[in-house]
Design a binder for this molecule. Sequence first.
Ligand code: ES4
Ligand code: ZN
Length: 338
Amino acid sequence: TKLHQFLQHLPKCEHHVHLEGCLTPELMFDLAARNGVCLPDTEKRPEFGSPEALYERYEHFTSLDDFLSYYFIGMSVLQQQSDFEALAWEYFQKAYADGVHHAEVFFDPQEHLNRAVPFETVVNGFVAGCRRAETEYGMTTKLIMCFVKHLPASDAQKVFDLAVEGGHFESGALHGIGASSSEVGPPKDMFKEIYATAHSKGIRRTAHAGEEGDPTYIEAALESYKSQRIDHGIRLIDSPQLMEQVARDEILLTVCPVSNVKLRCFDHISKVPIRTFLKAGVKFSINSDDPAYFGGFILHNYCSVQEAFDLSIEEWRTIAENSIHGSWVEQERKLELL
Ligand code: ES4
Ligand code: ZN
């Protein structure tokens, strides 16, 4: 497409990608066999018969929760530290090829802990993948631990305590916290205490909000969590007043256009409020979310936005600069990225 070369070379920062969402069906089947993990019975779930059948099913997600049901089955194949490292490394190779220079990546430790995979196995594996990307590619990386809303808040407190007591924030292995999974249903402020503790310790905070849920979810993330970023945040278009506040306070939205179409938040990429946000001075970055499930990595998101909006070089520079400024990385590195 037009500007493809330009978009590939544009220095990109990724702020919203779930490492477990980078698990391709190929790697899923491979690890299931190697680790002796049973995927669902193909008698009842024929889509688990082959990678091709799964890819076909991924074309027809009906909602966030429909997608999440596959995402949680998929990640059950991750067992060894080397599995987590391999998964992260696969992501960084693709991100680097797409022109990503700095990546802040999410993971969901609660799900792994509930399958009796030790916290340290998960963290050490992902950290090893991050260090490899730094050494081999000169990328900068940050790991953000997400709490999942469909499990009890006490489970989230458990992994947060493990991370703090293990010294993982102090060592820099972990850089921040997030909140993800089902949006409508669980209480909007269910991790309030954890976020307050994180705030007092100077730990960075983001949260998924306003993906399927209305703007009150965004408001709650900003007020109850003192969230410094909003992941997705697309429903901000339903509250001009809150949109003004987000613009004024320079809260970065981590927008995932392809994800929004795949999960039916919008029926076409041209409905993603890219121009609305640009006009309102709302800062946002463009991200891949769960690239193995949604059919493309970050450059595919940039190109799809270009296809739909035909942005100018100037507008793309604004987006790239805003995503550098909104990154959780040392000032010195930001100057390098600009
Ligand atoms: C997610 Cl697209 C999306 N939304 C909320 N939580 C998630 N976890 C992984 N992908
Ligand atoms: Zn997400």
